[in-house]
Unconditional design. Structure first.
Length: 334
C-alpha cells in the first residue's frame, strides 16, 4: 500500500510539473506572438512615417541625383568611383581624423573621457600610428580600389546600378537588412578562420598588434585579410542585390563608419557600442562577429557575457562614461 501511495504521489507530482511546463510554454508562445505582432505594427508605422518623409523630400534628392548624373555626363565609371570610393573614403578619414587628434593630443576631453581601456593609448604611440595610417592607405589604394574596379563591371552587368531613378526608401531598408546579414555571415566565418594558428601567425596577427585598437586600425591588416574579411563581406551584398550606386555609397559609408566606431577605443554617447569588438582585441578568442548573433549561436561570447564589458555593451544615453557608472572590479592584491 505504501509503495502504491508513493507511486501515486510521484505521478501527481510529474503531472503537476508537466502542467507547469506546458503553461510556461503557452505563456512564452503568447508573449512571443504578441511581441512579434507589436514589433511588426510599430515597424510598419515607423516605416510609413519615414516613407512619407522620404517621399516629401524625394523630389529634392531625385533632383540632386540627376544633377550629379549630369555633372559626370552619364559616365558610369566616374559615378561609380565617386559613390563607391570617394564618398566612403571621405567619411572614413573625416571621422578618423577627429579620433586621431584625440588619440595624439588627449583632447578634447569630451572624447577622451569615454576611453574604454583606461590608460591605453594615452597618448597613442605616434610611430605605431604612422604605420597604421600608412597600411590603411595602402589597403585602400592597392587592395580595395582594384576590387572596386572588378565590382564595377559586375554592377554594369546587372544593368540598374546607374539608373536615373533612385530606389525607394523601403527597398533600401530591405537591401540594408540583406547587406548586414551577408556581412555578418562572411565576416564571422572568415574571421574565425583567420584565427587558426597558421593563418593567424602569417596573416591576422598584424591586425592584433593593437590590443587596445583605435579607429584607423579597422583597416590595418594584411592584404589577404583585407580582401577576405574587410572588403568581400561588405561588397558581396550589393553585388548579389544588384544595388543602385546611391545605395552602395550609403552602405559603404555606414560600413566604414561602424567598423571605425567598433575599433575606436571610445564608448561615445549615442553611438553604437564598441565594447564587443574591443573585447575581441583584448582577449583574441571571443566576439568574432559584427552583430554578435553568430557568436551567441556558436558560444564564442560566453566569456564576454560574464564581464563588466558586457554590461556596458549598450548605447550610452547620458554624458556619464560607462567606465564610471559600471566600473571594473578592483584587482585583488597579490
Amino acid at each position: 500500500i505504501k509503495s502504491k501511495t508513493q507511486q501515486h504521489v510521484l505521478t501527481v507530482v510529474a503531472c503537476s510539473q508537466e502542467e507547469k511546463i506546458w503553461d510556461a510554454l503557452k505563456i512564452t508562445a503568447y508573449v512571443l506572438v504578441v511581441g512579434l505582432l507589436t514589433f511588426t505594427a510599430l515597424m510598419n508605422s515607423v516605416s510609413w512615417y519615414v516613407q512619407e518623409i522620404w517621399e516629401t523630400s524625394g523630389h529634392f534628392w531625385q533632383a540632386k541625383w540627376l544633377k550629379l548624373y549630369s555633372f559626370f555626363e552619364g559616365k558610369e565609371w566616374a559615378i561609380f568611383l565617386f559613390g563607391a570610393a570617394l564618398v566612403p573614403s571621405l567619411v572614413f578619414w573625416s571621422f578618423n581624423g577627429i579620433l586621431i587628434v584625440a588619440d595624439v593630443t588627449g583632447k578634447p576631453d569630451f572624447i577622451t573621457r569615454y576611453r574604454i581601456q583606461l590608460g591605453k593609448n594615452d597618448p597613442v604611440d605616434t610611430k605605431k600610428l604612422q604605420q597604421a595610417v600608412y597600411t590603411a592607405l595602402c589597403n585602400q589604394f592597392f587592395v580595395s580600389f582594384p576590387m572596386l574596379i572588378l565590382m564595377f563591371y559586375v554592377m554594369k552587368w546587372w544593368g540598374n546600378t546607374f539608373s536615373m531613378e533612385l530606389p525607394t526608401f523601403r527597398w533600401f531598408l530591405v537591401e540594408l537588412s540583406v547587406f548586414t546579414f551577408i556581412e555578418e555571415i562572411l565576416f564571422y566565418y572568415s574571421h574565425r578562420l583567420a584565427h587558426l594558428p597558421l593563418l593567424y601567425k602569417h596573416i591576422h596577427k598584424k591586425h592584433h598588434e593593437w590590443t587596445a585598437p583605435i579607429g584607423v586600425v579597422s583597416i590595418y591588416a594584411h592584404p589577404v585579410e583585407h580582401i577576405l574579411s574587410n572588403t568581400l563581406p561588405v561588397i558581396a551584398g550589393p553585388m548579389i542585390m544588384g544595388s543602385h550606386i546611391a545605395s552602395i555609397a550609403v552602405w559603404f559609408s555606414l560600413a566604414l563608419l561602424t567598423t571605425s566606431i567598433s575599433h575606436c577605443g571610445y564608448h561615445l554617447p549615442l553611438l553604437p557600442s564598441p565594447e564587443f569588438h574591443d573585447f575581441h582585441h583584448l582577449k583574441f578568442n571571443q566576439c568574432y562577429g559584427v552583430l554578435g548573433l553568430l557568436d551567441y549561436l556558436h558560444g564564442t561570447d560566453t566569456l564576454f557575457r560574464q564581464t563588466k564589458a558586457y554590461k556596458r555593451h549598450r548605447i550610452l544615453l547620458s554624458l556619464t562614461p560607462l567606465s564610471e557608472s559600471i566600473p571594473d572590479c578592483p584587482k585583488r592584491a597579490e
